[in-house]
Design a protein around this ligand. Structure first.
Ligand code: OGA
Ligand code: NM2
Ligand code: ZN
Ligand code: ZN
Length: 409
């Protein structure tokens, strides 16, 4: 999509060249360089930023895309002496007071435009596609399904699947083979599987001496996996090898970001508490009889935001919420009241569906609250899922390399 827009941009630029509306460069208040085009285009850059990002071979190492100047101090006193726009080469030329010269391509500068719109475009198109929040009634519209085989074989389908995970927060793959390696293959198709205290792949089934609530036939209430990790698993890949013939074993799911947003709009005082009061999330035990012992502990609120004020992570897992609540006494009652409202919204907005053998249910574990209804195994029918995790760093990286196979800079 972007590359197409990029091409159109280049075509337009070529047209501009033909009917050359000229550009002039000037220095403003000793601190900015401004480019003005006769047709109204205006670009303004801080001098300190220009100096810091000089692209000459002395300042910038092209092969590693690395700045090789200002390693110890920033160019605080950089001041432009003269600036000039070279129409023929479409470049801004800056002569600095220390006599250094810098040259910047117009296209490079445009991609780094400081305007609100250009910055937002970069965040939406390159950083992360914006999440589409959904309520229970919109579940049908936001459900994306892909053939397992296509995800494995076609890059375009792999990209569409990862985009769905980023935007809608979940997707269903159909037609996976009856193979315990499916979850691992999918994780490795994206990049790297995440290793946790539960191993690389893990089997979700009813186990004797179960060390985790998920390994029982009991209902699994709405939760996110691993709130007790600082580096919480990004997505959860759950491959159904055997589904239960009993009425249970269905999955439930709620868009946690939708609920957080609703809480913010409708109950701001509850939202404030759930996004600020730290909760202790813990996991003590060992994975299976021979597993290494673990004692995980992470303090974080239920609703976490990122540096841009967007929802970053929802933490909720009743089984993994520590009875040690390390907050002042007078916070406790109010927090429970807010939490109760949050849970009410979570259950009001929950959808339910039952996967079949060969389905792979994949979802954003930072965003989707999910659960499972109780089931009954029989000697002939034992519910069996294989799970794997992948971190979002790996997923976004894959998504970007698929979208921009030949990044110039
Ligand atoms: C889990 C989980 C869902 C299921 O193991 O954390 O959410 O369908 N399992 O068993
Ligand atoms: N399993 C499925 O956070 C959790 O303990 C949820 C994780 C055991 C890896 C279950
Ligand atoms: Zn330089
Ligand atoms: Zn889970």
């Amino acid at each position: 999509m972007l590359s197409c827009r990029h091409m159109i941009g280049q075509l337009l630029n070529r047209q501009y060249q033909r009917h050359a509306s000229s550009i002039t460069a000037k220095i403003l208040e000793h601190r900015y360089v401004e480019l003005t085009q006769t047709d109204g285009l205006q670009l303004k850059y801080p001098s300190i930023w220009l100096r810091d990002n000089c692209q000459c071979p002395e300042c910038f190492h092209g092969a590693t895309r690395a700045r090789q100047s200002y390693w110890e101090r920033s160019p605080l006193d950089a001041e432009a002496n003269r600036v000039n726009y070279d129409e023929k080469r479409q470049q801004l030329v800056v002569n600095w007071q220390d006599d250094h010269n810098s040259v910047y391509d117009l296209e490079w500068l445009k991609q780094r435009d400081f305007s609100v719109e250009a910055r937002q475009r970069y965040l939406d198109e390159v950083y992360k596609p914006p999440a589409q929040l959904w309520s229970k009634s919109q579940f049908g519209d936001v459900t994306r399904e892909f053939a397992y085989k296509d995800v494995i074989e076609k890059d375009a389908v792999l990209g569409a699947w990862l985009e769905a995970l980023a935007v809608q927060g979940f997707a269903l793959l159909r037609g996976a083979p009856d193979d315990v390696q499916v979850a691992r293959h999918l994780a490795e198709r994206i990049g790297y599987i995440k290793l946790t205290t539960y191993g690389d792949v893990f089997e979700v089934k009813s186990k004797p001496n179960a060390g985790n609530y998920a390994y029982l036939m009991k209902p699994l209430p709405m939760h996110t996996d691993m709130p007790y990790y600082e580096y919480k698993a990004g997505i959860n890949i759950l491959h159904t090898l055997v589904q239960s013939d009993s009425p249970g074993g269905a999955n439930t799911m709620t868009d946690g970001f939708f609920v957080a947003d609703k809480l913010r709009r409708e109950h701001p005082e509850y939202y404030e508490l759930l996004s600020s009061v730290p909760v202790n999330w813990f996991d003590i035990g060992h994975d299976g009889d021979a597993g290494k012992p673990f004692h995980n502990l992470w303090r974080a609120p239920v609703i976490c935001l990122d540096v841009d004020g967007q929802f970053a992570r929802i933490n909720h897992n009743t089984m993994k919420r520590d009875s040690r609540f390390t907050v002042p006494l007078d916070k406790v009652g109010a927090w429970y009241e807010a939490y109760d409202k949050f849970l009410q919204l979570v259950y009001d907005e929950a959808v339910q569906f039952k996967t079949r053998q060969g389905d792979v249910f994949v979802f954003n574990n930072l965003r989707m609250l999910h659960g499972r209804t109780a089931y009954e195994d029989s000697p002939k029918n034992q519910r069996h899922l294989v799970g794997a995790y992948v971190d979002w760093d790996i997923i976004y990286s894959k998504l970007r390399t698929l979208k921009f196979p030949n990044p110039k800079d």
